[in-house]
Design a protein around this ligand. Structure first.
Ligand code: IMP
Ligand code: MG
Length: 183
């Protein structure tokens, strides 16, 4: 595998997730949580975050895709991404969330299109509470005004991989978060 520059080490990720888990435990004492992971990038984050929370919890997964407007990662690295792209659902939840406490777990909050779409969709099902936990946040790339309730790390405008995040489906299993160099 090519050597990539580490941006956030596995130790720093683990430490930050422990803090996020404690914050969620404090905020939702005696409540049961439904963690909703956004496929596929959030799978690893969800598995660590869920174990850092000392509350009854269950999880489910949801899938989204942008309508063919998002360029390939190498195009995105070269030219940036400048679309108002639409998002569609590729996999819905298996369980109803009405009246439940839901925390959407996302790998990275970038333009905000995905989470804006998901929040609207899930809110319409009338959960008791709806929160967002994002491991990474690239605030400088936002196209829609949305913030996560729990953020692991704010990062600069770099394309990152590892710990669940991919570049053309590669590198998801890297234990650290690394930067893909711009060509
Ligand atoms: P948004 O809708 O632009 O906020 O995009 C969120 C999704 O874009 C994330 O769930 C990722 O799948 C993908 N994404 C955005 N930035 C990166 C990155 O730096 N590396 C890998 N995937 C990314
Ligand atoms: Mg994703």
């Amino acid at each position: 595998m090519t050597e990539l520059k580490v941006l956030i080490s596995r130790q720093n990720i683990a430490q930050r997730i422990a803090e996020m888990g404690s914050a969620i435990t404090q905020d939702f004492q005696n409540e049961r949580i439904v963690f909703v992971g956004v496929l596929k990038g959030a799978a690893i984050f969800l598995s660590d975050l869920a174990r850092a929370v000392q509350l009854d919890a269950t999880f489910d997964f949801i899938g989204t895709s942008s309508y063919g407007v998002r360029p390939s990662p190498d195009q995105e690295l070269k030219h940036g991404w400048d679309s108002t792209g639409e998002i569609r659902l590729t996999k819905d939840l298996d369980q109803a969330i009405a009246g439940k406490t839901v925390i959407v777990v996302e790998d990275i909050l970038d333009t905000g299109l995905t989470l804006t779409f998901l929040k609207k969709l899930l809110k319409s099902r009338e959960p008791k509470a709806l929160r967002v936990a994002a491991l990474l946040d690239k605030p400088s790339r936002r196209k829609l005004p949305i913030e996560a309730d729990y953020v692991g790390f704010a990062i600069p405008d770099e394309f990152v991989v590892g710990y669940g995040l991919d570049y053309a489906e590669m590198y998801r299993n890297l234990p650290d978060i690394c930067v893909v160099p711009r060509q």
